[in-house]
Each structure stands twice: as C-alpha cells, then as structure tokens.
Design a protein around this ligand. Sequence first.
Ligand SMILES: [Zn+2]
Length: 124
Amino acid sequence: MIRVTAVIESPECLLCRTHIEDMDHLLATCSVRWAIRVSALSIYYPDLSFVPSDILTAIQLAPTPSSILDQKRFYTILSTIQWCIWKAYWNFVFDQQPVRPPAILKTVTTNVSVLLSLALDNGD
Ligand SMILES: [Zn+2]
C-alpha cells in the first residue's frame, strides 16, 4: 500500500493565492475556479449570467435560479464542472500538473455530452 502525505503549509488558496481556502472559496468564489466555471456554464447557458451565490445555493440543493428551467440538466452540467475543476485542482496539488482552463473545458464538454445523451436515451 502506498501512502501519500501532503503537507499544506498555508490555508491560502494554491490557485489564486489571494484568499484563505474556506468552503465557499473552494466551491464557488475562487477567481481561478470561477473563471473556468463561468466559461463552462456559458457554453450551456449563453444567455444567462451567474454569481457565486447561485452556485453555492445550487450545491446546497436549494432552489436553482428561476431562469433555469431544466433542473436535472443544470445539475448534470454543474456537477460535471465541479468534478472537472476538483480533479484538475488535485492533479495540480499532488502531481504539479498545471491548471489549464481550455483542457478542463474540453473535459467538461466531453463528459456533459455523454451524460446528457445517456439521459436522453433513458427518456429523461
Ligand atoms: Zn482561490
């Protein structure tokens, strides 16, 4: 069994290096993650704009913004975006792989395409 131990020397966000990485920062307000998240959301919702509180509210499974008509589709997209950012972040922390927003967006669109087509196949 391989044990990997990471030492976090500072509570500062490793991506933007401007804020303490609390839960809100991790999930929604980090400027680096936010830029990626907004870019990805704009692919699927080009006519809508989002603020960090929209994302925090949605993650807490509170009502989605009223402009979102298909909640299942929105949660599929949002959770895929969150997962891709999460994965890229830990690849950065543990494997020193740079965070490349275009690559993250490509991963988002590939996975969302598969997930939404599966939902359509299942009649959702
Ligand atoms: Zn940050």
